[in-house]
Design a binder for this molecule. Structure first.
Ligand code: SAM
Length: 381
C-alpha cells in the first residue's frame, strides 16, 4: 500500500500568528464580515478526536490503529473553555452550533456541555440552534439525556441499510439495527426534524440509495446524500468514487419522483428535494431529501461556518491546513474582549474558498502551499 501522509494531532499548535493582543483591543462592532462579505453564523465544535467507527473514508483502520496517538486529555478544551469561546463567537453572529468529532457521544459528560451551551443567547436574545452529528452507536443509551440537556436537533450518519455493507463501511462490524434503534430512541426522547446523512461512495453503497430513500420516505426524517469528499490525507480519495448529487437525484426520481424545493436559508449546505404526489406536486407528508454537493457544486460563496477543533484551534475552512490557536489565548489569560477582538480580526481577513478553486483546478487537490489537509476526525465533520 502506498504510504499516506498523516498530520500528527499531538503537535504543538503551530497555526498562523494570532493578531496582536494589546491592552487597547476594543470589542469589535458589527457587522462581522469576512473578506468576501460572508457573515459568521455557524460554529462546528469537535469535542473529541476519537471515534468508535473506522469508516474507510474518514478514519481508516490502517492509519487509526492501536498505535495512533490521539490528543492527550490535557490538550482538549474543557467544557468551560468551549462555552466561553462559544459565548464570544455568538456575540460575533453565530446562531447555530453543531457538536461533532470524532464521535461526540464518546466525550464523557457531554450533556453537561450541552446544558452550558443551551443557556447562551444571541445579542437579539434568541436561543441557539444546538445540534449534534453522531454515528448513532450510543444513541439508544444517550438520546434522552441529550434531549433533557437542551439539544434541539440531531443528525445521524448512516451509509446503508444493508447490514453487510454497513458493517464493512464502519469497519468495526457494527449492525444497522442498532443505529435504527438509536434513531427510534431519539424520536421517543422528543427529537423532531432528525436528519440522516449518507456518504455515497460509487462502488460501495450507491446501490443503497434507493432503499434508503424508500425507508425514510414519509417518516418525517430528512435523508441527505453527501458527496464523498477529499477531506484529510488518509482516505485515499479519488474522483471516480464520487457519485455526483445530480446522479443521486436522477436515480431516486426514476422510482420516487421528486421536485426541487427552496433552500431554508441562503447559507444552507444542502439542496432540498421534496417527494411528489400523483399530481407531481410536493407532498409534505412524504417529506424531503437533501444533497450536499461539496465536490460537484461548491458552496464556498455562501459558507458562514467556522470550526473549533478538539484542542481549541479555530479553522475557517474544512480544507484548511492550519488553524488559529485560541486555546493559547484562553490559557494565557486573555480577556473576553481581547479574544473577541482577535476573532474579529481573524474572520475579517478570511479569504478561503477551497472547493470553488478546486473545481477550476481539479489536478491541484492540495491546499494552497501544498500542505496536507487536516483530518475530518480532528477538525470535526
Ligand atoms: N462521528 C460522527 C458521525 O459519524 O456523524 C460525527 C463526525 S463525522 C466526521 C461527521 C460526518 O462527516 C459524517 O456524516 C461522516 O459520514 C462525514 N464524513 C466523514 N468523512 C467524509 C468524507 N470523506 N466525505 C464526506 N463525508 C464524510
Amino acid at each position: 500500500m502506498s504510504e499516506r501522509l498523516v498530520i500528527p494531532l499531538h503537535r504543538e499548535p503551530a497555526g498562523p500568528h494570532l493578531p496582536p493582543l494589546d491592552a487597547a483591543s476594543l470589542p469589535p462592532t458589527p457587522p462581522f464580515l469576512d473578506a468576501h462579505g460572508r457573515p459568521l453564523r455557524d460554529l462546528r465544535i469537535s469535542v473529541t478526536d476519537r471515534c468508535n467507527f473506522r469508516c474507510s473514508y474518514c478514519m481508516p483502520k490502517e492509519v487509526f490503529d492501536k498505535h495512533y496517538q490521539y490528543l492527550p486529555h490535557s490538550a482538549l478544551l474543557r467544557f468551560e473553555e468551549i462555552t466561553r469561546l462559544a459565548h464570544i463567537l455568538v456575540q460575533h453572529g453565530v446562531q447555530k452550533i453543531r457538536l461533532t468529532g470524532g464521535e461526540p457521544l464518546l466525550r464523557k459528560d457531554l450533556e453537561r456541555l450541552i446544558g452550558q451551551l443551551a443557556t447562551l443567547r444571541t445579542p437579539q436574545g434568541h436561543a441557539l440552534d444546538l445540534t449534534l452529528t453522531t454515528n448513532g452507536a450510543l444513541l439508544q443509551r444517550k438520546a434522552q439525556q441529550l434531549r433533557d440537556a437542551g439539544l434541539t436537533r440531531l443528525t445521524v450518519s448512516l451509509d446503508s441499510l444493508d447490514d453487510a455493507t454497513f458493517r464493512a463501511m464502519n469497519d468495526v462490524n457494527f449492525p444497522v439495527a442498532d443505529v435504527l434503534a438509536g434513531i427510534d430512541a431519539a424520536r421517543s426522547a422528543g427529537f423532531e426534524n432528525i436528519k440522516v446523512n449518507m456518504v455515497v461512495k460509487r462502488s460501495t453503497n450507491a446501490k443503497d440509495i434507493v432503499p434508503m430513500a424508500r425507508h425514510f420516505r414519509g417518516t418525517g426524517i430528512a435523508l441527505r446524500f453527501i458527496e464523498y469528499m477529499d477531506v484529510g490525507a488518509t482516505n485515499g480519495w479519488c474522483m471516480d468514487e464520487v457519485l455526483p448529487s445530480a446522479e443521486v437525484i436522477a436515480r431516486i426520481h426514476q422510482v420516487l419522483p421528486v421536485v426541487p424545493l427552496e433552500p431554508h436559508t441562503a447559507s444552507a449546505t444542502a439542496q432540498r428535494w421534496g417527494y411528489a404526489n400523483a399530481q407531481g406536486l410536493y407532498d409534505p407528508q412524504l417529506g424531503e431529501i437533501g444533497v450536499i454537493s461539496s465536490v460537484t457544486r461548491a458552496f464556498c460563496h455562501s459558507c458562514t461556518r467556522a470550526r473549533l477543533s478538539t484542542e481549541g484551534q479555530l479553522y475557517l475552512c474544512r480544507f484548511a491546513h492550519q488553524g488559529w490557536d485560541l486555546r493559547s489565548l484562553l490559557r494565557g489569560g486573555a480577556s473576553d474582549d481581547q479574544i473577541s477582538a482577535a476573532i474579529a480580526a481573524i474572520w475579517a481577513q478570511r479569504t478561503d474558498r477551497y472547493s470553488e478553486l478546486r473545481a477550476h483546478a481539479p489536478a491541484h487537490m492540495q491546499t494552497p502551499g501544498g500542505h496536507p489537509r487536516i483530518e475530518m476526525s480532528y477538525i470535526g465533520g
